[in-house]
Design a protein around this ligand. Structure first.
Ligand SMILES: NC(=O)NC(NC(N)=O)C(=O)[O-]
Ligand SMILES: [Zn+2]
Ligand SMILES: [Zn+2]
Length: 559
């Protein structure tokens, strides 16, 4: 058979073999498929000469064919890898395939000098400089020099308060602050928004409220409350709708539609959660009665001192709650039932409560615990009178406790860190009165958790790998996000680039993206560790004080 023409067709290269414009090239999909369409030629030829000429042409075409194919493949590959992503508004970097080079990349195998390949939002490969010899990285390379490239932080405890209390914080402001702080994933708490996220329907409201406002990826914890605890189908509805796990309080939460749970509610939830392999997170404080002879009575005359507030929420409250939780999971284990993973949020007491946790872990309980940067960075003795920015529950305890918390973290007894970013409107902090007993609790911190942890951990010699394990790898596991939290090929390209040695002061001129910048307890602090850039699934969402034009984070729903 003979051919007079060869057409190279591709569904998107409509003008081929004309010059491909970059606009066309953005349309070229990954699954490039080359098809040959051939047309046969009639046998009748006009004359011998023409016939010879034709044969000569055919011969040339057959010779040229492999070259054409090669050229076509090259063009498609080139434009696919170097062109803008379809929504270039999502990123400050107009590339879909590029390399990030740094002398300090934090991987599970240690800190390496090399380059991370980003392709289509995922990590393609990681190349060590020493293995690269004189090979040149192909494509766009962003060289961050000595700056640290680490997995983006996964904050499993943040209150974004939308819908219903968007005046406290919101998806837009909260996730812009997260991006500026190197947090690439956060999991929103089910309370402080209104309504609380306690049903399939209220989760839907959350997801709707988040639409087009997310600068980072956001998952959701559902609320475990007395109303849904014994209603298996309601709880299952919430889990099937996509919450990553449940969260409950063992003391009043301060939020009307989020009442506290008791041991029997928790037991029920642990069974249901076991079927879905999702965790239960618990605010572990139980309100105990005060003995009337305690020093508390006198202290209450001075509501402007943090030490008074501290006495109202003693470590025994945390201890009582944790004791109860451990007896629940102990019962479950001895009864041979399946039980879900239990996670204790924001541990503050590094004495009896921590000892209980250590004991349970060593006997094999499915248990993890987080603490927060404010418990590591501050001590009660140093909190100024009337400064209600520091009020939170459980409270920040004394310097000796602070040191013990650090030791527990360093020794691996505390598994991870979270922000517990829990802002409110400034009026509720009662700054004029400075009354610790009446002011709303909750510390505003999301944008600063990385430099705060790094700065206060210097004294203890923390390493970059420890930081990545506390802030990225372990929290991602807790939230069931196996594509996040590590720099590894195939994972999401969620990265923070930061400069550990750069010092800065959070003063009036510092750009804070929280809804209410000045209520943060860190305003006025001098910190080390400046975030230079943040990538979420390959999009450069924050760089050098600027955010990408469009919010392209996504809601994360469990399947
Ligand atoms: N309603 C809240 O935001 N509570 C939070 N408040 C704090 N931690 O002070 C919390 O996580 O318990
Ligand atoms: Zn709490
Ligand atoms: Zn909280």
């Amino acid at each position: 058979m003979e051919y007079d023409k060869i057409f190279i067709l591709h569904q998107n290269i409509v003008h081929f073999p004309h010059i491909i414009t970059s606009a066309d090239a953005t349309q070229v999909p990954f699954s490039f498929c080359l098809e040959l369409s051939v047309r046969s030629v009639a046998e009748d030829r006009l004359g011998l000469e023409k016939e010879r000429e034709k044969r000569g042409m055919d011969f040339l075409q057959w010779k040229a064919f492999p070259i054409l194919v090669l050229l076509a493949s090259f063009l498609v590959f080139y434009f696919r890898t170097s062109s803008k992503p379809s929504n270039s508004e999502c990123s400050l970097l107009p590339h879909d395939h590029f390399w990030i080079h740094s002398k300090r990349i934090v991987t599970l195998e240690g800190v390496i000098s090399g380059a991370v390949e980003i392709r289509g939002g995922n990590i393609g490969s990681i190349v060590k400089d020493k293995d690269q010899h004189d090979k040149v990285l192909k494509g766009h390379v962003v060289d961050y020099g000595e700056a640290v490239v680490m997995p983006g932080l996964v904050d499993v405890h943040a209150h974004l308060d939308e819908p219903g209390r968007a005046e406290w914080e919101g998806f837009y402001t909260g996730t812009r602050a997260a991006a500026a702080g190197g947090v690439t994933t956060l999991i929103d708490m089910p309370l402080n928004s209104f309504p609380s996220t306690v049903s399939e329907e209220t989760l839907r409201l959350k997801v709707e409220a988040a639409k087009d406002k997310l600068y980072v990826d956001v998952g959701f914890w559902g609320g475990l409350v007395p109303d849904n605890a014994f209603n298996k189908s309601a709880l299952e509805g919430l889990l099937k709708a996509g919450v990553l796990g449940l969260k409950s309080f063992m003391c009043p939460s301060g939020i009307n539609d989020f009442p506290m749970t008791n041991a029997s509610h928790i037991k029920e939830a642990l069974s249901t959660l076991a079927d879905y392999d999702r965790p239960l997170l618990v605010h572990s404080e139980i309100q105990l009665d005060f003995d009337s002879t305690s020093e508390l009575k006198d202290g209450l005359d001075d509501p402007w001192s943090y030490s008074t507030y501290l006495k109202t929420r003693p470590p025994s409250w945390e201890e009582a709650a944790i004791k109860e939780l451990l007896s629940i999971i102990q019962d479950k284990r001895t009864s041979g039932h399946q039980w879900a993973h239990l996670h204790i949020v924001h541990l503050s007491d590094a004495s009896a409560s921590l000892d209980l946790i250590k004991g349970a872990k060593s006997s094999g309980a499915r248990l993890s615990v987080e603490t927060c940067p404010h418990y590591l960075a501050f001590s009660a003795e140093n909190i100024p009178d009337r400064d209600t920015r520091f009020k939170c529950a459980p409270p920040i305890r004394d310097a000796a406790n602070n040191q013990k918390l650090w030791e527990a973290l360093m020794d691996g007894h505390i598994d991870m860190l979270s922000s517990d970013h829990s802002p409110s409107v400034p009026e509720l902090k009662l700054f004029d009165e400075g009354d610790f007993l009446r002011a709303w609790g909750g510390i505003s911190s999301l944008q600063f958790v990385l430099p705060v942890t790094w700065s206060s951990g210097q004294k203890y010699g923390i390493t970059l790998n420890q930081l990545a394990s506390w802030w990225c790898e372990r929290p991602a596991k807790l939230a069931g996000q196996e594509l996040k939290g590590t720099i590894m090929s195939g994972k999401h390209a969620d990265l923070v680039v930061w400069e550990p040695d750069a010092d800065f002061v959070i003063d009036e001129s510092y750009s804070i993206y929280h809804k209410h910048p000045h209520i943060s307890a860190y305003v006025g602090s001098k910190l080390s560790g400046k975030v230079l850039a943040t990538f979420v699934r390959g999009n450069l969402v924050y760089s050098d004080g600027k955010h990408a034009p469009t919010a392209c984070g996504v809601p994360i729903l469990a399947k």
